[in-house]
Ligand binder design. Structure first.
Ligand code: F6P
Length: 359
């Protein structure tokens, strides 16, 4: 008998359930239903720390392919706190290892983003059999060209930008749409291009509001009185780029700013006299059913995780490399976010059709 624990950690996204389903179905298929027991762990690593576990039945994994969110629930338990003993006096790493033992687990599947992978690597180095699965709408996990959840979010964000066109056009307005992505601009870049945004602002390319305002004026002079700016929530300007992250956050807090979108809108309006509006789709980008692409990707990733269990290959995370599903060592990818390179083909593509990055 094999006992396999599964948890989902960090922010949710479409495709978590499809991945869980793919892994579970493949485990039942590869080992025989009678030879495998799957243990669902609630609320990510918090559930592993507190032994919040439930033995699942094969039927629990049926009918969840299209369901958004995660059947196990999720929580953010920051990696940097994992080795810190807090007020509750709990040694988190020790507690996670105890739950693993108590539940008689043979391995643990951890579905999550960068933080989740760092803790997965820690647990692997502590001797647990861990396999990661790359989830995030941000697509910022090192070593994989794609994460599940990303393309669904691209579809939703593209739809938002599409819909803003007609209202921006009718009112001759500048629309600033804020897209999720704190460190990485992949989601803004993809949806900006797919939705035909006129300007794309991402954390990897600090912006200058003068340049953005100039681009709006240039468009107006060429006969288009409206413009759409796709702005990543983590974007910052060239002056902020000179500051340390903490200092940047302090100055923003002083101004009552969390993101730059409202400032960009206000400054463009002041510099050009054009009316501006801000639209923040926020968590809508993470909600609902996964796209067909993500359902297929999630199933392939889940199945690869089950194959890795069969091969006894632990300490890895599933990945897509050159269009082939494969795996990377957790120790090689943990703690290395994948940011948009300046010379990324998509950045060049955008520039070559006249999209301004405001730099
Ligand atoms: O990591 C995914 C993400 O969607 C980021 O783009 C965003 O900054 C963050 O999660 C917000 O998450 P939450 O509101 O759940 O803390």
């Amino acid at each position: 008998m094999r006992r396999i624990g599964i948890l989902t950690s960090g922010g949710d996204c479409p495709g978590l359930n499809a991945t869980i389903r793919g892994a579970a179905k493949a485990c039942y298929q590869l080992f025989g239903t009678e030879n495998v027991e799957i243990v669902g762990i609630s609320d990510g690593y918090a559930g592993l720390i507190n032994n919040m576990c439930k033995d699942m039945k094969p039927s629990d994994f049926s009918g969840i392919l299209t369901r958004g969110g995660t059947i196990f629930g999720t929580k953010r338990t920051p990696y940097k706190k994992m080795r810190v003993i807090e007020e509750d006096n709990v040694d988190k790493v020790k507690a996670m290892k105890e739950t693993y033992k108590k539940q008689r687990l043979d391995c643990l599947l951890t579905l999550g983003g960068n933080g989740t992978h760092k803790t997965a690597n820690l647990l692997s180095q502590e001797g647990l059999n861990v396999i990661g699965l790359p989830k995030t709408i941000d697509n910022d996990i090192y070593g994989t060209s794609v994460t599940f959840g990303f393309h669904t979010a691209v579809d939703i964000a593209t739809d938002v930008i599409d819909r803003l066109h007609s209202t921006a056009d009718s009112h001759d307005r500048i629309m600033v749409v804020e897209i999720m992505g704190n460190k990485a601009g992949w989601l803004t870049l993809y949806s900006g291009i797919a939705g035909g945004a006129d300007m794309i602002v991402i954390p990897e390319i600090p912006f200058d509001t003068d340049k953005l305002a100039e681009a709006c004026v240039k468009r107006a002079q060429s006969g288009k009185a409206f413009s759409i700016l796709a702005v990543a929530e983590g974007a910052y300007d060239k002056e902020e780029a000179k500051l340390k992250k903490k200092e940047r956050a302090r100055l923003r807090a002083e101004k009552g700013e969390v993101t730059a979108s409202n400032r960009i809108a206000k400054e463009i309006e002041a510099k050009t006299g054009m009316e501006t509006r801000v639209c923040v789709p926020g968590h809508m980008l993470r909600g609902g059913s996964p796209s067909a692409y993500d359902r297929v990707l999630a199933t392939k990733f889940g199945v690869r995780a089950a194959q890795l269990i069969k091969e006894g290959k632990f300490g890895y995370t599933v990945a897509m490399v050159k269009s082939v599903v494969t795996e990377n060592k957790l120790e090689d990818i943990a703690g290395k976010p994948k940011l948009v390179p300046m010379d990324d083909q998509l950045v060049i593509t955008a520039r070559d059709i006249g999209i301004s990055f405001g730099d």
